[in-house]
Ligand binder design. Structure first.
Ligand code: GLU
Length: 499
C-alpha cells in the first residue's frame, strides 16, 4: 500500500471521434485507480484551437459513460483541482511559462514560418534531422523582452541541453535513455498564447497531483521534454507507464483503414459495453488462470500494472465478436436482451426517423422488413460489379470513394443537409453527375441500387457506420496500391486543400 493517493488521468484531445485507444487508456487508468481506492480524473486537452470541437468532447464523454468508466473529477463534475478543460487554464500556464523564461529555461522565438520551413528543408537535405536552428536562443533576454513589449509575434521555446543524455524510467520498460542532441527546442507556447501539449500536460499532471501517467506508447518520445520541465520546475515526476500500441490483425499499428477505431462504431454495430471493456482489458493483460471472459470488477481485483506485457496486442474483431456473443448468450436473459436491443436501435425515436423516409415507398405494413433491413444489419454484402461508377473501373471508383471518405471526415455534423451539399460540391469539382456519383453509395450503404434516400439514410446510420460501409465497399473493389494512393492524395490536396 502506498502512503499517497493513487491518481490517474485520461487526457483526451477533443479532435474527432472517440477512439478505441482512448477507451484502452481510460480502462487501464480507471482500473489502477480503483484497485488502489484512488481517483480517476478526466481532463480535456483542447489547446489545439483549430482541431478541438465541443461535439468531439461531448462524444468522448458519452462514449466513456456508455462504457461505464466514470471519473471522480472532470470538466462536467468539477473537483478540487479544476478547471479540467485546458482552454480554461490559460492563466495558470502563463504563470509557469513566464517563470521558465525568467529563470532562463525558455526563450521567446521570433522566427517566421518561412524561416522555419527553410531551415527544415535545409536540414532534411543535409540529412541532419529536421529541427530548428535555435536562432533565437541566444538573443539577450533584455532585447527579447523589448521585442515582445513592442508587439512582435513570438512563440516560446524551452532550452533543451545541447549534449548529454536524458534518462528516465518507464514502469514496464525500465530505464530509457535518449540523447539530448536529437531533441529540438520544443515550442511550449504558440503565437496565439496557447500552451502546447508538452507544457500543459506537465503543469496539469503536477497540479492535479497525478501519481501515475498511464497512456499509449506513442507518447514515449515526448517524455524527455516532460522530464526536463519537471526538473526546471523542481517537481517530482509521476510514474510513467506506457501501454503497448494496439495493432491490426496484420500487426501494423491500429488504423481506421484496416479496423474500425471509433468507439461509436462498436456501439452502433451492436457490441455490448461490457464485452468491449473485457476485450480491451485483454490488450496486454490477462487473469492468472487465463480465463478470457471477466468482469470489470474481476479485472480491478486482480490487476497489477507490472503484469502488462509489451507484445503488441491485436485488436481482433473476430475475437471481440466471439466474446460479445458469449455475453449475449450467457449473461442476458431474453428480457434483458430485448431491453438492450430497444436501447440500441429498436426504439420508437429511431423507428420514427426511419419510417419518415420509408412511408412513401410502402404499400403494406409488411414492406417494412425488406425496406429497412440495412438500418439494422451490421454487414452489407456488395459485389464489385454493382459498385462500379459509370464508365470507370474498380480502381477509379475506389479513388472516388476515397475522396468521398476524406471529405466526409471533415464534416462537423453528419446531417443530411451537410452530406447533400458535400456531394453537390464533389459532383461539380469532379465533374461527375450527382446521380452517377451517388450510385455506388446506394450500394455501399444499403446494399441495393434503389433504396431509402441516401443522405437521410446516412444521417440515420451516422458517420461511423456509413464510413465503414464505404471502406468495406473499397475493400471489395480491391486495395489501392501505395503509389496510387500517394498520387491521389496529391490530386486531392490540389483540388480540395488536403484531408
Ligand atoms: N492529449 C493527449 C492525447 O490526445 C494526451 C496524451 C497524454 O496522455 O499525455 O492523447
Amino acid at each position: 500500500m502506498t502512503d499517497y493517493e493513487i491518481r490517474t488521468r485520461l487526457a483526451p484531445s477533443p479532435t474527432g471521434d472517440p477512439h478505441v485507444g482512448t477507451a484502452y487508456q481510460a480502462l487501464f487508468g480507471y482500473v489502477w485507480a480503483k484497485k488502489n481506492s484512488g481517483s480517476f480524473i478526466l481532463r480535456i486537452e483542447d489547446t489545439d484551437r483549430e482541431r478541438s470541437t465541443q461535439e468531439s468532447e461531448k462524444a468522448i464523454i458519452d462514449s466513456l459513460k456508455w462504457l461505464g468508466l466514470e471519473w471522480d473529477e472532470g470538466p462536467d463534475i468539477g473537483g478540487p483541482y479544476g478547471p479540467y478543460r485546458q482552454s480554461e487554464r490559460l492563466e495558470i500556464y502563463h504563470e509557469y511559462i513566464n517563470r521558465l523564461v525568467a529563470e532562463g529555461h525558455a526563450y521567446p522565438c521570433f522566427c517566421s514560418r518561412e524561416h522555419l520551413a527553410e531551415v527544415r528543408k535545409e536540414k532534411q537535405k543535409a540529412g541532419s534531422g529536421s529541427g530548428y536552428d535555435r536562432k533565437c536562443r541566444d538573443i539577450p533576454p533584455e532585447d527579447a523582452a523589448k521585442r515582445v513589449e513592442a508587439g512582435e509575434e513570438f512563440t516560446v521555446r524551452m532550452k533543451i541541453p545541447l549534449e548529454g543524455k536524458c534518462v528516465f524510467e518507464d514502469l514496464l520498460r525500465g530505464r530509457i535513455e535518449k540523447d539530448w542532441a536529437s531533441i529540438d527546442d520544443q515550442v511550449i507556447m504558440k503565437a496565439d498564447g496557447f500552451p502546447t501539449y508538452h507544457l500543459a500536460v506537465v503543469v496539469d499532471d503536477h497540479l492535479m497531483k497525478i501519481s501515475h501517467i498511464i497512456r499509449g506508447e506513442e507518447w514515449i518520445n515526448s517524455v524527455p521534454k516532460h522530464v526536463l520541465l519537471y526538473e526546471f520546475f523542481g517537481w517530482e515526476p509521476p510514474v510513467f507507464c506506457h501501454l503497448p500500441l494496439l495493432r491490426n490483425k496484420d500487426k501494423s499499428k491500429l488504423s481506421k483503414r484496416k479496423n474500425p477505431v471509433s468507439i461509436n462504431w462498436y456501439r452502433k454495430a451492436g457490441i455490448l459495453p461490457e464485452a468491449l471493456l473485457n476485450f480491451t482489458g485483454m490488450m496486454g493483460w490477462h487473469l492468472s488462470d487465463e480465463r478470457e471472459k471477466f468482469s470489470l470488477q474481476e479485472m480491478i481485483d486482480n490487476f497489477r500494472l507490472e503484469d502488462i506485457s509489451l507484445g503488441g496486442p491485436v485488436f481482433d474483431l473476430d475475437k471481440l465478436l466471439w466474446l460479445n456473443g458469449r455475453y449475449i448468450r450467457e449473461d442476458l436473459s431474453t428480457d434483458e436482451l430485448l431491453d438492450r436491443l430497444v436501447e440500441w436501435g429498436l426504439n420508437r425515436e429511431r423507428f420514427k426517423k426511419i419510417l419518415e423516409i420509408c412511408k412513401g415507398r410502402m404499400s403494406c405494413l409488411s414492406d417494412w422488413g425488406e425496406l429497412t433491413g440495412h438500418f439494422f444489419s451490421g454487414r452489407i454484402s456488395v459485389t464489385k460489379d454493382e459498385l462500379l461508377l459509370k464508365d470507370m473501373d474498380e480502381f477509379e471508383t475506389s479513388e472516388i470513394l476515397q475522396i468521398i471518405l476524406w471529405e466526409l471526415g471533415k464534416l462537423d455534423s453528419f446531417s443530411k443537409e451537410n452530406i447533400y451539399s458535400l456531394f453537390k460540391g464533389l459532383s461539380g469539382t469532379l465533374d461527375i453527375k450527382l446521380k452517377y456519383l451517388t450510385q455506388p453509395l446506394y450500394i455501399a450503404i444499403s446494399g441495393k441500387a434503389v433504396s431509402t434516400p441516401l443522405f437521410d439514410t446516412m444521417e440515420i446510420l451516422g458517420s461511423d457506420i456509413s464510413r465503414t460501409r464505404i471502406r468495406r465497399a473499397m475493400e471489395e473493389l480491391g486495395d489501392l496500391s501505395k503509389k496510387r494512393l500517394k498520387l491521389l492524395e496529391k490530386k486531392y490536396s490540389s483540388l480540395f486543400g488536403g484531408s
